[in-house]
Design a binder for this molecule. Structure first.
Ligand SMILES: C[S@@+](CC[C@H](N)C(=O)[O-])C[C@H]1O[C@@H](n2cnc3c(N)ncnc32)[C@H](O)[C@@H]1O
Length: 272
């Protein structure tokens, strides 16, 4: 049985979702890891849909970054067993995967480091891991997919503070969830010891924390950017239309004003 802390085990939810969606590396890892993935079967379809939607926005932000900065570094924070580098690597960029020590150990054992790919053990709650990341060339794109929601608000602020101070001009992508979902998590999280913690009603919130962060783009999970939507499988697009017809408007709080673009130090987010 994979011996990981409670919050670290949430990486198996997204790994299983990727495997369900047909990701060959994820399938191989699910076969290799001694864990009861059967607990995710009941909600597998919906979890995979959620994951495809969330991940597609992160993939799009990563593609944009690699097009602008082909020799830069993509840093996946709370990386778990993400397979984004397999999907999007351009042959020149560097990839650094940061996670808590036990999670980083598992990742390294299953997805060994290579010439441009490294796993670094560290917590986003401290800046200890930053120098190791800075050994890879800038600019930096920092992805925190499905990570910050497990932290207390003060810890999220501390984590974003380390990113803002450690990577000036860097770009951060993260996802936020309103209190309506944090208070009542659905699906596989009901079977896990870790729970959702950070409720954020407005993606502009971190702008007010005095860290120099500026919101650059924001998408509701069910209303992705047009280019992301176009690339989704037809069945997923149909499911989205159905969801959007039924999800009450109050559950999708996209910003009211037009979003600014091209500003250093930015936060992008999506919302369930
Ligand atoms: C839901 S998983 C997401 C994994 C991966 N980002 C993905 O999308 O597949 C949450 C991840 O956050 C990591 N994590 C939680 N708290 C962390 C912290 N303080 N510092 C670094 N990673 C953390 C966990 O170990 C786990 O790998």
């Amino acid at each position: 049985m994979a011996d990981l802390g409670a919050i670290q085990q949430t990486m198996f939810i997204t790994l299983h979702a990727r495997a369900t969606s047909g990701d060959a590396t994820a399938r191989r890892l699910v076969e290799a890891i001694d864990y009861d993935f059967g607990i995710f079967e009941r909600h597998a379809g919906l979890t995979a849909l959620f994951h495809v939607l969330r991940s597609s926005s992160y993939d799009a932000w990563t593609r944009d970054f690699l097009a602008e900065c082909p020799n830069g570094t993509v840093v996946e924070l709370g990386a778990g067993l993400t397979t984004r580098a397999d999907r999007l690597d351009n042959g020149t960029a560097s990839w650094v995967f940061v996670d808590l020590p036990d999670a980083a150990g598992l990742r390294r054992a299953l997805l060994p480091d290579g010439p441009r790919r490294r796993t670094v053990a560290g917590s986003v709650l401290s800046a200890d891991w930053v120098p190791a990341v800075l050994e890879s060339p800038g600019p930096y794109l920092l992805l925190a997919e499905g990570v910050l929601v497990y932290l207390e608000p003060g810890q999220v602020r501390a984590a974003l503070g380390h990113l803002a101070a450690g990577f000036p001009g860097g770009r951060v992508a993260l996802d936020t969830y309103g209190s309506w979902i944090v208070a009542r998590p659905r699906g596989p999280l009901q079977r896990m010891a870790a729970g959702l913690v950070w409720a954020c009603e407005d993606p502009r919130e971190p702008e007010g924390w005095g860290l120099g962060l500026t919101l650059r783009e924001s998408y509701a999970l069910s209303r992705p950017d047009r280019s992301v939507r176009r690339a989704l499988p037809r069945r997923t697009r149909a499911a989205l239309s159905a969801i959007n017809a039924f999800v009450p408007r109050r559950m999708v709080n996209t910003p009211r004003e037009p979003l600014r673009r091209g500003i250093d130090g930015c936060v992008a987010r999506e919302r369930a």
